[in-house]
Design a protein around this ligand. Structure first.
Ligand SMILES: [Zn+2]
Length: 592
């Protein structure tokens, strides 16, 4: 959002790399000066000089590069996992192994970057987790489940744990029985043989079919006649499923499923924000996992060369002890931004301590994170109180950031500290955060279950997208990025979040964020170019420009032209990560 020169301008290194790649792709000789530079600065990226032709050339597309000028081009070539030539037509010399793929006019965008989600939780789900975030009716749920059952063992559990809401499968506004979960009988029709567990949000309500009901009841878990599960029963059921179904192999399978789903909706990079620490009791909800072991299946999948989307790992710390002993050890013994292009560590977040009030160690933790030179990421769900003498969470967080920044001058700007969600933030506090260089991650999670607040300072559900994006336009303006906060409270699907950001309309088709809508170009920019900055990888990710990692998504329809409601139906037909096709929807001819 900000227009500071440092971020807007290509760095010299980037320019040289891009020029070299473009020259190589077009078959021209590098000047000796450029070659010198390339050797001097890019030796780590030297590849065997067997074939300097591109690996893939995409032609005849509407390729939205999301560069500084929002340039749209028709062709792009990829070599060694990076974009080479980006232009109106490929002038490049094609080698014998170059694939030329005709996009037939399709819209292409950079790989979507989600700067705040919980894909690690999704990759540790028990059973064959099956997203329902794209179901819009009970028959949709039945179809999705029947299809899932067809591809797995006959008695295997099918689960959906968070990421959707009954509002989402709301069929008829005049029918009070719609906007509900499917019943036991409806699930039996779709999946008669596989036990089922479908749970909303962190702790339910939930529903099951006959096969699931029998198994749950054998464990003393109460299931109503129609399959519904309420109170503590969903969490008891989830504990049972975790204890009986999870093992290293099933977790790796769930990781691959989560990555495959991400590729179908075009999310090629994920900044994971951790979990609530599991207690392995029925007090655990959908967002609980073991923060110390839950990354292992992901690291194993990457180790096997099967990781198809990029993962950045934040460490969540939620201590109430003022001394924050765990956080202290993390800062002493771990490294941030360590790893490779596919998987690397990130910052402390989305919690640095339990709570934000005076009794919480929030300020002490912020100062420790600052002193160690780490990035802090926190979240805010609060609104200003009336009277304002009782500060909202974002006010306490910004004051805490200010205290840390005073102790370690410049750390907030330098390390790009973040507050996420911010439904209730006001212009006054945006300005105050901007002053110390803090940043905002915006989320469309209110789409699923949000309503207009009954009584509040802000006459909208939030976040105030319009206010924040406009604040970013001012000189030195605040940086904003976009995120899903999937997989419990919200969907991963970025096109649902883009729908909410641009329309302000929730899953029940009620306008709940009036006056705060932003444009499609703006929200796509937050989800791509701006999020490259949030990851500190703006030289590598977020736009389709020469030298950057070749992540792109070919869409099934024109994001910029479809009616609002059809934004929800946007999917990838081809997802490319690092020059590799990681999802092929079968509509393009890839034989090249
Ligand atoms: Zn979160």
């Amino acid at each position: 959002m900000a227009s500071d020169k440092q971020r807007r301008g290509f760095s010299r290194r980037r320019f040289i790399q891009g020029a070299a790649a473009a020259a190589a792709a077009s078959g021209s000789m590098l000047s000796s000066a450029a070659r010198e530079e390339k050797h001097g600065e890019e030796s780590d990226r030297q590849r065997p000089p067997s074939d300097d032709a591109p690996n893939i050339v995409f032609v005849n597309g509407r390729i939205h590069t999301m560069d500084d000028e929002n340039t749209v081009v028709s062709a792009v070539s990829i070599r060694d996992g990076r974009f080479a030539e980006v232009g109106q037509a490929s002038r490049g010399r094609h080698g014998p192994n170059t694939k030329v793929i005709d996009l037939r006019g399709r819209t292409v965008v950079p790989g979507i970057i989600d700067n705040h989600n919980h894909i690690v939780l999704m990759g540790n789900r028990p059973g064959f987790h099956t997203p329902l975030e794209n179901a819009y009716s009970i028959p949709d749920v039945q179809a999705i489940y029947a299809e899932r059952a067809a591809g797995i063992p006959r008695d295997a559990w099918i689960t959906t744990i968070g990421g959707f809401h009954s509002n989402h499968i709301y069929a008829n506004p005049s029918d009070p029985t719609s906007g509900r979960l499917p019943t036991r009988a409806e699930l039996d029709i779709a999946v008669p043989n596989n036990p089922v567990f479908i749970e909303i949000g962190f702790t339910g309500p939930a529903t099951t079919n006959s096969a699931g009901k029998a198994l749950f009841e054998s464990q003393g878990i109460t299931v109503a006649e129609n399959g519904s599960m309420t109170g503590t029963n969903p969490s008891k059921a989830l504990l049972y499923l975790r204890q009986t179904l999870l093992n290293p192999e099933s977790r790796r399978r769930a990781v691959i499923d989560a990555m495959n789903y991400a590729a179908t909706v075009g999310v090629t990079t994920h900044l994971d924000q951790g979990a609530f620490q599991a207690t392995n009791t029925a007090a655990d909800g959908a967002a609980h996992e073991d923060n110390f072991t839950m990354h292992i299946p992901f690291l194993e999948v990457y180790g096997q060369g099967k990781g198809i989307v990029r993962l950045r790992i934040n460490f969540l710390h939620m201590e109430s002890d003022q001394a924050t002993p765990e956080l202290v050890q993390r800062l002493k013994n771990a490294f941030q931004f360590l790893g490779n292009d596919m998987v690397k560590t990130g910052a402390i977040g989305e919690f640095i301590a339990a709570g934000t009030n005076a009794a919480s160690p929030f300020v002490a933790a912020a100062k420790r994170v600052a002193a160690a030179g780490w990035r802090a990421e926190v979240h805010s769900l609060g609104r200003r109180n009336t009277p304002a003498s009782n500060p909202a969470d974002f006010e306490l967080e910004i004051m805490g950031f200010e205290a840390a920044n005073a102790d370690s001058p410049g750390v907030v700007r330098e390390r790009r500290w973040v507050i996420a969600h911010v439904p209730g933030i006001t212009q006054e506090w945006i300005d105050r955060l901007q002053k110390i260089g803090g940043n905002l991650s915006l989320t469309g999670w209110q789409y699923l279950a949000g309503n207009l607040p009954a009584s509040t300072v802000a006459p909208y559900a939030g976040p105030p997208f319009r206010m924040i994006v406009d604040s970013g336009r001012r000189p030195g303006g605040i940086h904003a990025g976009m995120s899903s906060d999937g997989m419990q409270i919200a969907p991963m699907n970025p096109w649902l979040h883009m729908y909410f950001a641009t329309t302000g309309i929730n899953a029940r088709k009620v306008l709940i964020n009036p006056g705060q809508q932003i444009t499609r170009q703006e929200v796509l920019s937050l989800y791509t170019r701006e999020n490259g900055w949030f990851l500190r990888e703006e030289d590598e990710l977020g736009t389709i420009e020469p030298g950057k990692l070749a992540d792109l998504v070919v869409l099934n329809s024109d994001y910029f032209a479809v009616p609002n409601e059809d934004l929800k139906k946007i999917r990838s037909v081809l997802t490319v990560v690092g020059g590799n096709v990681v999802y092929d929807g079968g509509v393009l001819d890839l034989r090249g």
